[in-house]
Design a protein around this ligand. Structure first.
Ligand code: ATP
Length: 253
């Protein structure tokens, strides 16, 4: 099932007293069911923080995050895990080096008391384009791209509706990046996932996203359709500058 997402006035402050820093003053955006929505902007603008708040990895924020109209705060952990999953940038860091792929995929099934585990694991690993024999491999026996496929399989195994993708390809080789993006694209077409994807790469937005928000110092400056990139149809000066820099870089490449 495809889900809609609404982020309403999401704000967070890290630290206290004199050292307090308001990282997100109040972010709002809506995502349609089955849409891929990008978050772009300079380093430190708060993109990953938005995803961490949405997934409740960081939970002391204000505002609201609604998935199909239901607040993530009202969802018990089990419901939340079966509604949304995150895929992180670094497939080395996100997999335990001493756990086999089978252990990684089995764990959520045990926690959520799901049956047919072997069948579910086989399906998840083949869905991400890896052979079933890889269930018995350990992370050090996998390439970076294969590791990211396993991380995606882990996110898929509970059959969520929303994937929060935090720079899912930026740690990978350029040729492997395209493979992973194509895999994510195919999965979205087949399953109707809703994606929210953080990236610093407007070429990735152009390839994957229907719309994207440009963030600057914790605020959304502008929300644009993908085709605004090509002719740089942004109106906010920072968004225009970001797109111009990206087009210039691509022209030079
Ligand atoms: N737990 C934390 N405690 C204090 N400050 C934090 C914490 N997490 C993030 N920040 C700060 O919040 C700001 C936004 O960080 P965030 O990682 O969300 O940015 P980003 O846009 O994703 O950056 P990048 O593109 O470099 O990954 C940064 O200044 C960061 O130092």
């Amino acid at each position: 099932m495809s889900v809609s997402v609404e982020v309403r006035d999401l704000s967070i402050t890290f630290g206290e007293g004199a050292t307090a820093v308001k990282v997100l003053p109040g972010v709002s955006f809506s995502v349609q069911p089955g849409e891929c929505f990008g978050l772009v902007g300079e380093s430190g603008s708060g993109k990953s923080t938005v995803l961490r708040c949405m997934s409740m990895l960081t939970d002391f924020w204000k505002g609201d995050v609604l998935i199909n109209g239901r607040s993530v705060r009202d969802m018990p952990l089990i419901e939340r895990c079966r509604t949304l999953q995150m895929v992180f940038q670094d497939p080395y860091g996100s997999l335990h080096p001493r756990q086999s792929v089978r252990t990684v995929l089995n764990e959520p099934l045990v926690i959520h008391k799901l049956g047919d585990r072997e069948e579910r694991m086989r399906r998840a690993i083949t869905d991400v384009g890896l052979p079933v024999s890889f269930l018995d491999r350990f992370p050090h026996q996998l390439s970076g791209g294969q590791r990211q496929r396993v991380a995606i399989a882990r996110a898929l195994i509970l059959e969520p509706s929303l994937l929060l993708l935090d720079e899912p390809t930026s740690a990978l080789d350029v040729s492997v990046q395209a493979e992973i993006l194509n895999l994510l694209q195919r999965l979205r077409e087949e399953r109707g996932f809703t994606y929210i994807m953080v990236t610093h790469d407007l070429a990735v937005v152009d390839h994957m996203c229907d719309r994207f928000a440009v963030m600057l110092r914790g605020e959304v400056t502008e929300i644009l359709p993908r085709d605004a990139i090509d002719k740089n149809r942004a109106t906010h000066p920072y968004a225009r500058q970001l797109i111009a820099a990206s087009l210039e870089y691509e022209g030079a490449a």
